[in-house]
Design a protein. Structure first.
Length: 156
């Protein structure tokens, strides 16, 4: 039986950075022929956008790169900390929030890290593009590509 690795991408609202990271990682795992070995998802530390589609600018950016997603925003659950091997977040605020939540969960096994810690260009924080422009979403996409490539290589 194949071992499944579970990866969950997180940010505050789950409509910008994390759905991009999720879609990028899913495409990379699919292209590498290993998607069946992964459970890939994304979520939020808050319930602000639960059920919402990703930001239209993020969806347009993904489409430009030939990636589609049907993601709907959701909030982190206690079960996520018990079932996912990795929870990768975008900035230090998310990291702090997730570690606090993980500490309240018995049997939490998830390794909580910044996705940017895998960036070969050493850009640790993936900046929120929400109040920015299309090029900010492209920057998030490019950083997610770099980080997800290294993360996948390190865990294949």
């Amino acid at each position: 039986m194949a071992i499944s690795l579970l990866c969950l991408f997180f940010l505050t609202g789950n409509i910008c950075r994390s759905p991009i990271a999720e879609a990028v990682f899913r495409k990379m795992a699919t292209d590498a022929g290993v998607v069946d070995k992964w459970v890939i998802d994304s979520g939020a530390t808050t319930d602000w956008n639960t059920g919402s589609s990703p930001d239209a600018r993020g969806l347009a950016c993904l489409r430009t790169h030939g990636i589609e997603t049907k993601h709907r925003a959701r909030q982190v659950t206690k079960e996520d900390f018990m079932s996912f091997d990795y929870i990768l977040c975008m900035d230090e605020s998310n990291l702090s929030d997730l570690k606090k939540k993980a500490n309240s969960v018995k049997n939490s096994k998830a390794k909580i890290e910044l996705l940017g810690s895998y960036d070969p260009e050493k850009q640790l924080i993936i900046k929120d593009p929400y109040y920015g422009h299309e090029e900010d979403f492209e920057n998030v996409y490019e950083q997610c590509v770099r980080c997800c490539k290294v993360f996948l290589e390190n865990n294949s």
